[in-house]
Ligand binder design. Sequence first.
Ligand SMILES: Cc1ncc(COP(=O)(O)O)c(C=O)c1O
Length: 312
Amino acid sequence: MDKSEWIWMNGEFVAWDDAQVHVLSHGLHYGTGVFEGIRCYETEKGPAVFRHREHLERLKTSARLYYLPLEHSTDELREATHELIRRNELHSCYIRPLAFRGYGEMGLFAKDAPVEVTIAVWPWGAYLGDEGKQNGIRAKVSSWRRVSPAGLIPGAKASGQYLNSILAKTESHNAGYDEAILLDEAGHVCEGSGENIFIVRDGQLITPPYTASILDGISRRSIIQIARDLGYTVVEREVARAELYVADEMFLCGTAAELVPVREIDDHDLGGPGEITKVVQAKFEDALHGRAQEYAKWLDVVDVPSKVASES
Ligand SMILES: Cc1ncc(COP(=O)(O)O)c(C=O)c1O
């Protein structure tokens, strides 16, 4: 990966290579951590973090759900992230805040293991590739089912839960596909291994609801808003597996992947990226990059001269 110079660790800025933990850190053994994936984009006003506060609030919610007390307020984490971007002199980057049980106590009820909080930032391109964003990807319904609310908390972004995504992603990769789509135990569609899903049928956008064992994706929420503002009907409802095969269009969305059309699902050819997908994708990209005035409120501008500004 592309190293930066500094990482924020429990209130201090430490050199990238010195941001280390003990091998007996609780989170390494039991997955007791929660994290976020956030992106900062280069805009005319400077580096801008997309829906920063919403991501940090989701981090807090995930932490609360897994009994991890966070000492740092949302404002502190936001300010630390801004300072980290400044110190690393980045204009655009991926941002990874993580809170996890550290070293100090083992066993499952380790309330005395300290909760450590770190933030790292580094340059990271589109997760499913620029080519995928442009021309669409090939996806496969996974044989692994999405974690169930009967055993875990699908709406929380918790480290241990990602073993489920990793099984699905690895299976799809080994079978020659770009991404996995997970169903719930009843066979309804949930989401991709790291993205939410939308289909288009008869001009309407359809996406599984929050109660469908999905992560409450911030890109998903943004796209619902954008699509409605563009005049499309967006329906949140259960989606049957077979509906994927007869969809007019399909796309995935997430912070790392951004909006990615799906051109093939389980060897059913959906054609290239659909018309509605392309319209929504273009507006979403404008929102991310600060080119859509109506969504400027979603951008948390970092107070440094931007490359665009300094070069002009
Ligand atoms: C399992 C899963 N679903 C959905 C998403 C999309 O969420 P967001 O748009 O908030 O990045 C992600 C990415 O974080 C994810 O890991």
